[in-house]
Design a protein around this ligand. Structure first.
Ligand SMILES: Cc1cc2nc3c(=O)[nH]c(=O)nc-3n(C[C@H](O)[C@H](O)[C@H](O)COP(=O)(O)OP(=O)(O)OC[C@H]3O[C@@H](n4cnc5c(N)ncnc54)[C@H](O)[C@@H]3O)c2cc1C
Length: 391
């Protein structure tokens, strides 16, 4: 986005990408329900950036979700907002179509795209060291360029196979740039299931639940039970709270409300209708539409669940406690928390330690949930640094 904006303003832009093709993570993002942005209004939108809310309010005002949709439309890709507010390209368009159209536009604008070119670090006050790997390892060549301005958009440190390997960290630390350690964001949670549970429940979705961490706010949605724990949008949204709870080595309990649409009184009244002789799984299925693997899950949380009195069972159904033992590894995470601390940057997202070098995207220390907030954050920071350079 920075390259596009700069080229549109008449700058000569050279883009260097270490991989053989650009936008690999953009394409990975397209594998499951590619959301470009979200139709939420700006104030609520900015709140998703947590500690960086205030800064993102300004960034989003400069390049908003509406601008994102107009940008895609200008490339011939129509978008629509789903019921959750998530903005998707229309079904006929795959993320690869969007990327192809975008690269075509960049080329029309005169952006020179150099793949298999790895940035190795700085040289002197303006220089960039690059390694041209395009002719194979035996013929690697180093080159130094001296641009008037540099934009680093090297990504976070998850899905390293897409190129976002976080190898840039020491190169900036050497300059004295403060970097918040990376941590997985929008990732699964680990739960130490019993062998019995793993064998019996397997991989199964739990639809229409609400999930919270300890006493925190609940998030609605669908989660997936896996052999290592839980996946799904509510789990991802709760990664920041889970990370804090785990770091404080206190309890990090995920509570699943299996019937979030029922009041406690309504649930209790249904549970009181249980007749003697009905098996526990049959009763749950008939009275509450809670079929397999729910009885197994409840038994995992509380061994004597089948004989609990209605009050205790209602409390359990509204808050099935699952102790999280950790987060899934960083490389599996959808995004990365941590990165270049904002105090290292001026208001244009330019490195204080290196005037003329700007940073954008996931390499900055912000995090946001899934739902279009990640790409929007990357695009907004990209547009913002271009504005800072153009002046
Ligand atoms: C499975 C998955 C699904 C996702 N789905 C969505 C979604 O639906 N919606 C959404 O908003 N977000 C989604 N995301 C997140 C989104 O893809 C990322 O936040 C976004 O791609 C980050 O953009 P970026 O430009 O900051 O970094 P990246 O996309 O990671 O790009 C950084 C680039 O820099 C290159 N690079 C790194 N080091 C060097 C170097 N030294 N020299 C030269 N080049 C280098 C890398 O090869 C890479 O191509 C998803 C992510 C994943 C993993």
């Amino acid at each position: 986005m920075a390259a596009q904006r700069l080229a549109e303003a008449g700058c000569r832009v050279r883009l260097f990408e270490a991989q053989a093709t650009v936008g690999r993570k953009f394409l990975v993002a397209g594998h499951g329900g590619f959301n470009l942005s979200n139709a939420e209004e700006t104030t609520r939108f900015a709140a998703h950036y947590g500690a960086q809310e205030k800064r993102f309010r300004e960034l989003l005002a400069h390049f908003s979700a509406t601008d994102m949709r107009a940008w895609a439309q200008d490339l011939g890709i129509e978008t629509f907002a789903g019921t959750s507010g998530r903005i998707f390209p229309v079904v006929a368009h795959k993320p690869a179509d969007l990327l192809r159209a975008w690269l075509g536009r960049l080329r029309e604008l005169g952006v020179e795209i150099n793949t298999r070119h790895r940035w190795l670090g700085f040289m002197g006050p303006k220089g960039l060291r690059l390694r041209d790997e395009s002719a194979g390892p035996a013929a690697n060549q180093e080159l130094v360029i001296e641009p008037d301005a540099t934009v680093l958009a090297l990504g976070g440190a998850s899905w390293a196979k897409t190129g976002s390997d976080g190898a840039w960290v020491p190169l900036l630390q050497d300059l004295g740039v403060p970097i918040t350690p990376f941590a997985p964001a929008n990732c699964g949670a680990e739960v130490a299931w019993s062998d019995f549970f793993k064998a019996k429940a397997g991989r199964a979705p739990l639809k229409n639940i609400a999930l919270r961490v300890n006493d925190g706010l609940a998030v609605r949605g669908e989660i997936m039970l896996t052999d290592y724990g839980l996946e799904g949008t509510p789990v991802y949204a709760l990664t920041p709270q889970l990370r804090v709870a785990l770091a404080n080595s206190g309890p990090a309990v995920l509570y699943v409300n299996l019937k979030p649409d029922l009041t406690a009184a309504a649930l209790l009244s249904k549970l009181r209708q249980r007749r003697t002789g009905t098996s526990f799984p049959d009763f749950l299925r008939k009275a509450l539409h809670l079929g397999p693997p729910i009885p197994t899950l409840l038994r995992e949380a509380q061994a004597d669940v089948a004989t609990l009195p209605p009050e205790a069972l209602a409390a359990l159904l509204m808050a099935v406690p699952l102790s999280a033992t950790g987060l899934r590894p960083l490389d599996e995470a959808i995004s990365t928390a941590g990165g270049i601390a904002f105090r290292a940057l001026d208001e244009h997202l330019m490195l204080r330690q290196r005037p003329g070098t700007f940073v954008a995207g996931e390499m900055l220390d912000w995090e946001a949930p899934t739902g279009g907030y990640l790409l929007q954050g990357c695009f907004s920071t990209g547009a913002w640094v271009a504005k800072g350079i153009i002046g």
